[in-house]
Design a protein around this ligand. Structure first.
Ligand SMILES: Nc1ncnc2c1ncn2[C@H]1C[C@H](O)[C@@H](COP(=O)(O)OP(=O)(O)OP(=O)(O)O)O1
Ligand SMILES: Nc1nc2c(ncn2[C@@H]2O[C@H](COP(=O)(O)OP(=O)(O)O)[C@@H](O)[C@H]2O)c(=O)[nH]1
Length: 226
């Protein structure tokens, strides 16, 4: 790879950021950086930022910008030799500005998925809380119902994935994401993808990235996403 490639992926809860990030990482050999994973790692390791982050997550709140950037930017400094795709960060304009001062992005992928589709997906989303591994009882079910494939531990459904909670989460998402979307639009690196199925969006994302980075795998439609 002649030049390192840096991208972010944005979208409301359930839009498929994690699922699509895995496909991109697998097909194009990028490192998939997930802000949620960083947060979980820091909570598990009881770092100062992790302990602080936990107090917000327990209340169902987003982690404040200054805690997120403190947690994330040092990790990016360890990534200077790699191409990467960041999933879950930035979520706010302040985070986008902090990221912008740390590195130059090539692409910002924006997923635009209808509300009814999001509701339906999250109704069927089950996660392994310690790792953040995500399943869907229809789209990518675990091998044994209710059990994580890797650890054999039980899966849970998140309270805030319930349809009633989702509408409020989505409204909040729209409010905070709009300035971030405008920020990347103004930079000329925003690419928006709208459809109801990941399998329909994926070929378009794959085509875009093929023009930006050399594919390490020609068969982009990978069956497994977790
Ligand atoms: N960029 C961020 N800003 C603030 N808080 C964050 C950020 N990224 C992650 N967090 C915190 C709050 C989240 O509830 C928690 C787990 O993140 P994540 O795994 O992305 O799950 P999520 O349930 O918020 O996202 P989604 O529903 O979009 O998949 O970590
Ligand atoms: N039915 C269906 N479910 C999907 C599709 N793409 C992703 N999912 C599932 O929808 C849920 C949300 O996807 P996820 O990647 O976690 O989205 P994120 O919240 O944006 O990271 C997960 O349970 C996925 O397995 C799809 O095209 N169809």
């Amino acid at each position: 790879m002649s030049k390192l490639f840096r991208a972010v992926i944005m979208g409301p809860p359930g839009s498929g950021k994690g699922t699509i990030s895995e496909r991109i990482a697998h097909s194009f050999g990028l490192k998939h950086l997930s802000s949620g994973d960083f947060v979980r790692e820091n909570i598990a390791a009881k770092t100062e930022a992790g302990v602080l982050a936990k107090t917000y997550i327990k209340k169902g709140l987003l982690v404040p910008d200054h805690v997120m950037t403190r947690l994330l930017l040092p990790r990016l400094e360890e990534m200077t030799k790699y191409s990467w795709l960041m999933d879950g960060f930035p979520r706010t304009l302040a985070q986008a500005e902090a990221l912008n001062s740390a590195c130059d992005l090539d692409v910002a992928i924006n997923l635009n998925i209808p509300l009814e589709t999001l509701k339906e997906r999250l109704r069927h989303r089950w996660i392994h809380p310690l790792s953040g591994r995500v399943y869907n009882m229809c789209f990518n079910p675990p091998r044994v119902q209710g059990i994580d494939d890797i650890t054999g531990e039980p899966l849970i459904q998140q309270e805030d994935d319930r349809p009633e909670a989702l509408v409020a989460r989505l409204r909040h998402y729209k409010d905070v994401a709009k300035p971030v979307i405008d920020f990347y639009k103004a930079k000329g690196i925003l690419y928006t993808f709208s459809d109801t199925e990941t399998d329909l969006i994926w070929p378009n994302i794959s085509t875009l990235l093929s023009t930006k980075i050399p594919a390490i795998q020609s068969d982009a439609r990978c069956a497994s996403t977790h």
